[in-house]
Ligand binder design. Structure first.
Ligand code: ASP
Length: 344
């Protein structure tokens, strides 16, 4: 029998506008249900696990991800799929993190939320939640149709570690520039099966403890040695996600390349991803990225920022030598990256 577990973490989806102060305040799931009678009409069973208090997703962190993964672990055998109600602000981070934490997933984990609270007349919450539930419940040939961590928002289903919140106002808050949508919902839900990962035959393994030993270096014209050194020498870090221009380019000043080289020599992993939302890093394509390749910067190819940060946090949770981490960073583990055509 189909059974779905809704994990309600918080977000705008579960907020109500206070009539006098006009601020949005979180409400409990009971109140959500009162605003949403359609939930009772679904022809499968569902239960709810509610965070108390519900969180604005800006407060997401590694402990909360571990808690979500633990709830999925404890209930994995009893449910056919999971729907996580979550604020949109950090939804792509949570989806990316969970994609790495839930190894060999063979059931859908669909994150959704909304731009307008459930109680608002024009809310997008109803459609988002109902269709996320339908996707989590959908089966093909006795197996889950989408055995992946994904984000459903505004009629589109994205692979979680490929999605990005790009708009704070439109109902279409997310896109996935480097990977096609896994499904589009219209009158019917059209699954694009060729893009959905097959369910692995191995048992689920849950990795709950990510490591936060990651810093970010965003390159901009005029960045100083002090700033670069401050990031590279952040106490406790083991890796840096470096956001570069275009297909992975940076400026070529010797002081900069030498600073990177020194950091890599003392064991820091530097992962290059592009500041562009679409396209991939291709180290060595231009003179301006050849030096990065030479000093041992790792290519993040077409990974999103969210996937890059959480993948590093995931890989640092294993006690692996830097060389092995670098190899795994450049290898697709959960469909989070593709190599550019020129590499194939
Ligand atoms: N600040 C809210 C959150 O991320 C926004 C939203 O839910 O869309 O929790």
């Amino acid at each position: 029998m189909t059974r779905i577990l809704i994990i309600y973490t918080g977000g705008t989806v579960g907020m109500m506008q206070d009539a006098s102060s006009k601020t949005l305040r979180p409400i409990g799931f009971e109140e959500i249900k009162n605003n949403f009678p359609e939930l009772e009409r679904l022809n499968y069973q569902w239960d709810v696990f509610t965070f108390d208090p519900p969180l604005d997703s800006s407060d997401m962190n590694l402990e909360v991800w571990a808690r979500i993964a633990g709830i999925i672990e404890d209930n994995y055998g009893d449910y056919s799929g999971f729907v996580i109600l979550h604020g949109s602000d950090t939804m792509a981070f949570t989806a990316s993190a969970l994609s790495f934490m839930l190894e060999n997933l063979d059931k859908p984990v669909v994150l959704t939320g909304s731009q307008l609270p459930i109680g608002a007349i024009r809310t997008d919450a109803r459609e988002n939640i109902i269709t996320a539930m339908e996707i989590a419940a959908d089966r093909t040939g006795g197996k889950a149709t989408v055995p992946e961590v994904c984000i459903y928002f505004d009629y589109q289903l994205f692979r979680g570690n490929r999605a990005k919140k790009y708009n704070a106002e439109k109902f279409e808050a997310f896109y996935s520039m480097n990977y096609p949508a896994l499904a589009e919902a219209g009158v019917a839900i059209n699954y694009r099966r060729q893009y959905i990962l097959p369910a692995p035959e191995k048992p689920l393994r849950i990795h709950k403890t990510l490591k936060p030993d990651v810093a970010v270096l965003k390159i901009f014209p005029g960045i100083t040695l002090q700033t670069v050194e401050a990031v590279l020498n952040t106490p406790g870090i083991r890796g840096v996600v470096m956001e570069t221009y275009g297909s992975g380019n940076t400026f070529t000043a010797p002081w900069f390349i030498q600073a990177l080289s020194r950091a890599i020599d003392r064991g820091l992993v530097i992962l290059n991803i592009t500041q562009c939302d679409g396209g991939a890093v291709e180290l060595g394509r231009y003179e301006t990225s050849k030096h990065l390749l030479e000093v041992g910067v790792v290519s993040g190819y077409d990974m999103t920022f969210e996937a890059a940060v959480t993948k590093m946090m995931y890989l640092f949770s294993f006690d692996l030598p830097a060389g092995e981490i670098k190899k795994l960073l450049e290898t697709p583990l959960r469909g989070e990256l593709n190599y550019p055509a020129s590499y194939l």
